[in-house]
Design a protein around this ligand. Structure first.
Ligand code: ZN
Ligand code: MN
Length: 152
């Protein structure tokens, strides 16, 4: 059973690296550094956030390189992409499978809520429509408690 808890970032790191190896992709220090950040995916980073964390250690690395690596890792099914209409895509390589998200519309923080009824919802939709459900996207939008406190 998949749950809302974080996967062990070390294990996720090893799994992603193994997947790169199995698919004959080069393991470079830059690539490893990107994988390390994705394995944790603290706060569901943007490509720009990952680039910002790495540009000091890898001054010659470009934003495009980070982007290309994420596209590659996504093609291996090892990172979940959360697309948004404004293009500010966010990434979760800690939990690369579909799961619900809770998004603060003020500070744009994104967290993984625990949602016990998700499996029931999937079954209900499948039973109702006779679809084989392959994936899902469930986002809750709101104002986080930090932002609510600031409004007062
Ligand atoms: Zn907020
Ligand atoms: Mn997530």
């Amino acid at each position: 059973m998949l749950d809302h808890k974080m996967s062990d970032p070390k294990k996720r790191f090893e799994t992603i690296v193994q997947s790169l190896r199995t698919n004959h992709h080069k393991i470079t220090p830059q690539r490893l550094a990107i994988v390390k950040i994705l394995a944790k995916s603290t706060g569901h980073p943007r490509v720009e956030d990952i680039y910002g964390q790495l540009k000091q250690d890898f001054p010659t690395m470009s934003l495009a390189t980070v982007y290309r690596n994420i596209v590659l890792i996504k093609s291996l099914g090892e990172v979940l992409e959360l697309g948004f209409p404004d293009g500010s895509n966010r990434y979760d390589g800690n939990k690369p499978y579909p799961h619900p998200h809770l998004i603060c519309i003020k500070c744009k923080k994104i967290i993984d809520p625990k949602l016990d009824s998700l499996d029931d919802m999937k079954n209900e939709v499948a039973n109702e429509t006779h679809f084989k459900i392959l994936s899902h996207r469930l986002d809750f939008f709101g104002i986080c408690s930090d932002c609510l406190a600031k409004e007062k």
